[in-house]
Ligand binder design. Sequence first.
Ligand code: GMT
Length: 374
Amino acid sequence: MKIGITCYPTYGGSGIVATELGKELADRGHEIHFISYALPQRLDAARANIQFHEVEVTTYPLFDHAPYTLALAAKMAEVAADHELDLLHCHYAIPHSVSAYLAKAMLLPRRIRVVTTLHGTDITLVGADRSYLPITRFSIDQSDGVTAVSAYLAEATGCSIGTSHEIDVIPNFVDCAIYAPGDRSALKSHFGPGGEKILIHISNFRPVKRPVGVVEIFARVEKEIPATLLMVGDGPERGRAEWAAREAGVQRKVHFLGKQDRIEEWIGASDLLLLPSQTESFGLVALEAMACGVPVVASRVGGLPEVVADGEEGFLVDAGDIPAMAERALRVLTDDALATRMGRNGRRKALDRFCASRIIPMYEAHYRRVLQSR
Ligand code: GMT
């Protein structure tokens, strides 16, 4: 198949899933065209069956905000016509599926199909906002195929957006060969030279991820056992999280590492992943930790229970309950047998249910259904 993929190219789960999906599809012989305003984070453009098309957004003094949605639509139509694409696959509804709707209309009478994958905040936060709700619903209704990354998100979409479009649940996935247990002793001894337990948080540091809460959990853990916290990523709450570390007197034990590549190395060097989000439609990073054999302590919200089973691959706690999260973290970090069991459970679950080799065929089947539909 010839597929155009559009996603946010920045640091975030939806862009990662879209990029990894494109790479996997290309390896399986499909022709993939990424269409976005920048090269997606994890994409090396010099790869067989993959091309990148940059959307140039021309500004004009009259525009307070450059009309990216229109520039994207024009680029989608151009690439689809030049390369005879079969379908456009949009990750994150707003504004990508609106652009795809316009591109599809521009291409008539030639018919191109549009698939929208919902990732989470496009429904739970952005889509639920009064100003975006009607156009989010419209773009979903107008898509030929719609997928959601968890059953929770599929249901939330029906309830909060009010669409009756059929939604296929296709969970997120990892490359289980890259995200795997391994020897990360060099990194481990660098950040924990005295055998300190290493906790890690990875996110885009938006309020919904509660990075300040991560520091508060860590401060409680660090009172009880020698420990270090790695904070990977960047975003609007980073300053507040740094301040919280200073306030709690743990600033020397908290390393703000910014955006990092090779996430599997950082996770693999850690003893526990913290994900105390306010809401999470899936929690890709929890899956990445599980695949690396690292236990997870996370909020019992959204689609996270579909990924992490409480007491099996880690612990789930009510969102915002910092003392309970710290208590569960200490339980894992002070009981080697429990940590090993949870790590093994996580790895096994990732292998059984969430490896790319299992999930990519679900996307291919979805595409085939959409292409065959009239
Ligand atoms: O986190 C966000 O603000 C948006 C989005 C993104 O682009 O990273 O994250 C969502 O998509 C990920 C990939 O499907 C999911 O793993 C995340 O759970 C989801 N984030 C939220 O629901 C908060």
